[in-house]
Design a protein around this ligand. Sequence first.
Ligand SMILES: Nc1ncnc2c1ncn2[C@@H]1O[C@H](COP(=O)(O)OP(=O)(O)OP(=O)(O)O)[C@@H](O)[C@H]1O
Length: 611
Amino acid sequence: MTGVRRLTWQVLVDRRAALTRLAGWSVAESLPALLSGYLTARAVDDGFLAGRFGTGLAWLAGLAVAIAVGAWGTGRVYRSLGAVVEPFRDDLTTRLVRSTLVGAGYPGSRSDSTAVARLTHQVEVVRDTFGGLLMVVRGFLFAAGAALLGLLALAPVVAALVAGPLLAGLVVFGTALPAMVRHQRDLVVAGEEFARSAGAALAAHRDVVAARAGERIVGQVGRRVAAQATAERTVSRMAALRSLSLGVGGWSPVAVLLLAAPWLVRQGVTAGAVLGALIYVSTGLRPALHALVHGVGGGGLRYVVTLDRLLGAAQVTPPPARTPQVAPPAVAPQVAPPAVAAPAGQPVGGGPGTGTVGRPAVRLRGLTFRYGNRARAVLDRFDLDLAEGDHLAVVGPSGAGKSTLAALMAGLLQPEQGTVRLTGVPTAGASPTVLARLRVLVPQEAYVFTASLADNLRYLHPEADERTLLAALDVVGGGPLAARLGGLSARITPGGLSAGERQVIAATRAYLSPARLVLLDEATCHLDPATEAQVERAFADRPGALVVVAHRISSALRARRVLVFDGDRPVTGTHDELLTRSATYRELAGYWDRDIPVPERHRPAPATPLP
Ligand SMILES: Nc1ncnc2c1ncn2[C@@H]1O[C@H](COP(=O)(O)OP(=O)(O)OP(=O)(O)O)[C@@H](O)[C@H]1O
């Protein structure tokens, strides 16, 4: 909020000439507030009660003149207000549009004209609320100041009786104000979170269905709805505090004056002065306090919160540096895989002594996950580290949990316990945009939409030029397919492609994405072995880490390490190690063996089961 305070102060200082004019017209506007009680008191005491009807009328005529001057002042006040508010709006719009467009200029950002439209709309909200705030605060200061001066002129004791409760009301309001700002902000954030979460769920409904995450996503969106409702209720409760401050500051002075009237008269205060004091309170102070409390508690809070968020949005931060997508540098991966896999259930590849440099690409810690309260745990306190350059094949019987592990790594599922970090960033609570920069998951059912081949490939890398797209197709093995379809501009439809062709397109798209972690969940199951090998090699050579949920032994053989779902606990190791350590792996390798010849050294030992 410091930014809001500083900017507001700056605006006021920069426009001090316009503010001085505004103050001058405000004095004229508050003339009736200054004179109403006093002139009424004179009209009563010196005129009507003294039997001088004409004198009474003359005082009231004076009041009528003051009211006319006040009305003229009000007209001028609105004109001067524009001189303060409009330049503020223009400054803010320029600043935000510039920062949005500059932000869009960073590689990896989209030029977002809707962001500009959204921001300019919010600037209008700031302008209106700022104008309203200026009016009510100024109105209160002048009206209250005028009324207190008038009360002092009538009788200092009356001024003291009114000032006490007024001050108490202001203290109640001022004390509650920070909490009101906080809750209003929570409400705005809750609304945005809900919109973001529902929007992301709708946009990604195909992936949600593919990952069988429907129930979870509905739960997540439902939690956002509940959070927004709670925030609404809290803001409504804060309205009670506004009413309390109005009651104390606006109504109790009236009650005090009425109760104290006999005593005041005994003290020598005239009946006209008591009536004048009541006029000051009921037509000057109370309405001004009412406008202040509702203006600050409503539009004022919106001003603070909206401006605060706009200022946040205006800070242009370049997105993280993007990885070169095509033709990855011809350097060996920085990190050699560990020579020996850690024992089952222990971190692999990133723990102390394993040779990992820097932050691991993937770090899973204490991961427990089950579908539903009574279901068996698919993963139970599971740890895993993957280094940059690592290539892990995940294998296991049907239903063992391979896709679940991939979805957890991708942040599509959230664990019951434990954490998933991708290059140090926790997936819990990460926005879809952040997740998209960190990882790409290619499911078995490849997602292709009706558009040009180029549009399909650019889905995760909108700025990629044609040369980049063609190079990526070439590396992944999609060159012949692109030629057959008629080039990048060829229009494709999901129904017009075979399952394998869709997988090639999805793989090329993933290859082009900025994410450093690639998760292939049986993403090549419809490809012939040669194309599958080419796809896996392309991803293995790409900077980052690769996880392949494998359905052929060839995938496991190409990987640096293999994770096998063996009974209750996944076991990790090299192919050779697992042949001796995992009965499940031996069994799987035995079946796979029939499909693809396995080098002699990889043949399962005719061993009795090992621990
Ligand atoms: N959406 C879901 N709701 C409830 N249970 C689920 C859901 N998705 C998977 N499961 C269960 O979780 C377990 C692990 O499933 P998962 O899909 O991760 O296995 P998998 O090893 O990938 O299997 P496959 O090789 O057949 O794809 C299975 O018992 C499965 O029935």
